[in-house]
Design a protein. Structure first.
Length: 165
């Protein structure tokens, strides 16, 4: 008779222990990642050629936003794909990297000049589905105002992207 009581008492303890061991103690999966496409500069101003992709990465970083594949991680994926590592990361190439790395989305950004103002556009799209999950657009009246417009657009994209999850 006492062994039956022990079995009844041990069963919930075993179940809780297994739950803790397999569900709580182990991470569910590695953090979701996104791939940045090289920023498209439609202004003709070379000032924006290389700085905006890194600025976007810094503006989007945060504990709640998915991990952005670093330049080194992207180059490693390119090597594994037998692709040249020094090439620009176009939208199509980013999609291939995204799928290969098991990432969630690609982030595409562009800047255009309209008369005397600038337009910054950011969007996040699923790797395989190409479905836009978040986008943001902001205007800057002058070249000097572009960094602030960029920060506003990045903040909007971050919020919309996190809401879409």
């Amino acid at each position: 008779m006492p062994w039956k009581i022990l079995v009844v008492l041990a069963f919930p303890i075993i179940i809780v222990s297994l739950f803790v061991l397999f569900y709580v103690a182990k991470p569910h999966s590695k953090k979701a990642t996104v791939v940045l496409v090289d920023f498209v500069n439609n202004t003709g101003d070379t000032t924006f050629d290389h700085s905006l992709s890194r600025t976007l990465e810094k503006d989007l970083e945060g504990s709640t936003f998915p991990h952005i594949l670093s330049e080194g991680e992207v180059r490693s994926e390119l090597q594994l794909m037998n692709e040249p590592t020094a090439q620009p990361i176009t939208e199509e190439l980013a999609r291939k990297i995204c799928l290969r790395a098991g990432s969630k989305a690609i982030i595409v950004g562009s800047i255009s000049k309209m008369s005397n103002s600038y337009s910054v556009h950011l969007s996040a799209a699923g790797c395989g589905t190409r479905e836009i999950v978040a986008d943001a657009q902001e205007q800057a009246a002058t070249k000097e105002a572009v960094p602030e417009a960029f920060k506003v657009a990045a903040a909007q994209l971050r919020v919309k992207f996190l809401e879409s999850r």
